[in-house]
Design a protein around this ligand. Structure first.
Ligand code: ADE
Length: 234
């Protein structure tokens, strides 16, 4: 997988790949990273990339020209590149998107700054537009990293243990059951005794019950989805 980050602030992105799982994936060439700075494509005298909004409104909007030229350059280099814009005005990014996008060969993440990107750029180039949640970030870079991380762990070879993908939260409507590490007793609190007894069918039932509790507490709408699915399967 090749990722191209189209951003004015490469430094915000680069650091994330300098440690842990994604560093290993980059070092073993499972992931290739490119960066494209719209400022390098600006035709203006002072490499300007933003201006006040036409029609009024607070803040600055990213001009179409530098982004148009950057994205045309990107597409001329790889016509199969899948271009994703990050903005709060978009569909929410979900686990099934992460799995689907892991099949692509090249994804470009276009991050806006300031008050956003001239809509004509999005209209012209977006294959998809995503928001990572109902809150406003100072720019799309963090959102692109969130998506990139989540997509990458679905690419073969990135995670050591492929089993860990199948029982995770959001693979089913239920949230994952709690996990425990050693020691069995820590500060007088023991892990659930069933976890210790080695009866795998009992452990499975307990984990399911705990999953349902967690889901009911944190995401009641997901529990409803789970119960509807179960009654449908019966
Ligand atoms: N840019 C600013 N806020 C964002 C969000 N919630 N998701 C994606 N991109 C953004």
């Amino acid at each position: 997988m090749t990722y191209t980050f189209v951003t004015l602030f490469k430094n915000l992105v680069e650091g994330y790949f300098q440690d842990s799982i994604l560093k290993r994936a980059v070092d073993s060439n499972i992931l290739n990273l490119n960066y494209l700075n719209p400022r390098d494509f600006s035709d203006s005298k002072h490499d300007k990339v933003d201006d006040t909004a036409v029609g009024g409104g607070a803040g600055m909007v990213m001009n179409p020209q530098p982004l148009f030229d950057a994205l045309e350059y990107l597409k001329s280099d790889d016509e199969n590149v899948h271009i994703i814009f990050l903005t709060p005005v978009a569909k929410p990014f979900k686990q099934n998107d992460a799995k689907r996008l892991a099949e692509k060969s090249h994804i470009a993440f276009v991050s806006g700054r300031y008050e956003g990107i001239d809509e004509r750029v999005i209209e012209e180039f977006a294959d998809e537009v995503f928001s990572i949640g109902d809150y406003i970030l100072t720019g799309g870079e963090l959102a692109s990293l969130v998506m990139c991380d989540s997509i990458s762990r679905n690419i073969e070879g990135v995670l050591g243990n492929i089993d860990s993908l199948s029982v995770e939260s959001f693979e089913t409507p239920l949230l994952e059951a709690p996990s425990f590490s050693k020691p069995q007793v820590y500060k007088e609190n023991s892990v659930p005794s069933e976890y210790l007894k080695g009866n795998h069918s009992k452990i499975r039932s307990l984990k399911l019950a705990l999953s349902e509790c967690k889901t009911k507490f944190f995401r009641p709408e997901q529990l409803l989805k789970h119960r509807t699915r179960i009654s449908y399967e019966k």
